[in-house]
Design a protein around this ligand. Sequence first.
Ligand SMILES: [Zn+2]
Length: 134
Amino acid sequence: MDIRKRLETDLREAVSRLRQVGGSAALEELLGASGHSWAFADEVDEIQANERREIGFATRELLVERVNRITAALDRLNDGEYGTCMECGEKIAAARLRALPEVQTCVRCQDMIERRMRHQDLEPVEVEAGAEDD
Ligand SMILES: [Zn+2]
């Protein structure tokens, strides 16, 4: 499996979706600042872009986060650090990387981080209920 291709495909998809929801400014800030030049050439259907502009800020934020994660993963790939957990330094399981190529932490650390975030978040997290269930 070519992980770089997979990440670039994911990045392109996230980028074009972000543009569709009107996040171009955020995107340019994001990718411009870190000197990334890839995946920008995608043309976006303007009509569709207008239709989707209604999609909320939250969606845009999620996409920005995703773009961030994927570019970080590509950086890590370039640095030869890809596939290593950023928290504990252990190898991330291959199956996990296949499912989520942009992850930067192993399951254990991800679990810890999510629990930490949940504690900080005072709002109920109903949205997540059942999302990962079979
Ligand atoms: Zn870890």
